[in-house]
Write a protein that binds this ligand. Sequence first.
Ligand code: ADP
Ligand code: MG
Length: 284
Amino acid sequence: MKEAMNRAQILVEALPYIREFSGKTIVIKYGGKAMVEEDLKRGIAEDIVLMRYVGIKPVIVHGGGEAITTVMKKFDKKPRFIKGNRVTDKETIEIVEMVLVGKINKEIVSLLSQFGGKAIVLGGKDGQLIIARKCKDKNLGLVGEIEHINSTLIDLLEKEGFISVVAPVGVSREGETLNINADIAAAEIAGSLKAEKLIFLTDVEGILEDPSDEKTLISSLTIEQTENMLRKEKIQRGMIAKVRACQIALKKGVSKVHIISGKISHSLLLEIFTDKGVGTQVIR
Ligand code: ADP
Ligand code: MG
């Protein structure tokens, strides 16, 4: 009996959050382990489908670092990075596009369908979703900076009940395919959709004061505080782009951004539907 009461309590606790977020857009970026481990992948898919059924409009943007590196090695290509950005030549961009749009993206769509969600694969070329220009650093090759997001297609699909799953591949005005940072793509898309929230699922619990100590999790930061941490080089490697992405999204009108662990099962549900926030929230 007590257990039944506890269960009911959890559902009741969710009510104010369902009321608050029903009808609103929440963009979810996921990368790292959450994209590789079977149980985590299924858990995230369940959470997203549940969100959709209570009226939230989820949009997914995914990364693909590890999978791209694996396929590159199969073709005897050695991955190279400059400050966390993948050096991308002509052959590499073909691999990037194949892996992101053709493989990872389709796997996510298929998993969402298994749980009863309607989902669709979108690359940055579809409906000219991600227009980009070649980045200034010539050494990086075919890496793009986002110039414009055409989110019309996402809106249109949403009206028919589809969850868009976006691969971060951009296209230049000249039709060239460009590799785009997935964190920044998620932020620009969230900004363009005027999303209520942007949530990053990653391999750490959030932003840490000391990256080597998980006990130093910071639960809330303002844009200015993140800027100070960047200046003091307390934020490094992959977290730099994520923090920049938080800043972009907030400046474009997204109310709140969260960085949470994708390694804790159902962390998305905990973040959205319970009183107990998890991870780090970044606010204006
Ligand atoms: P994703 O695959 O989700 O994009 P990344 O590996 O690119 O993840 O970025 C997250 C990584 O950033 C963490 O796993 C951690 O190693 C690193 N990092 C650097 N500085 C920090 C910090 N201050 N707090 C948390 N993580 C940090
Ligand atoms: Mg990353």
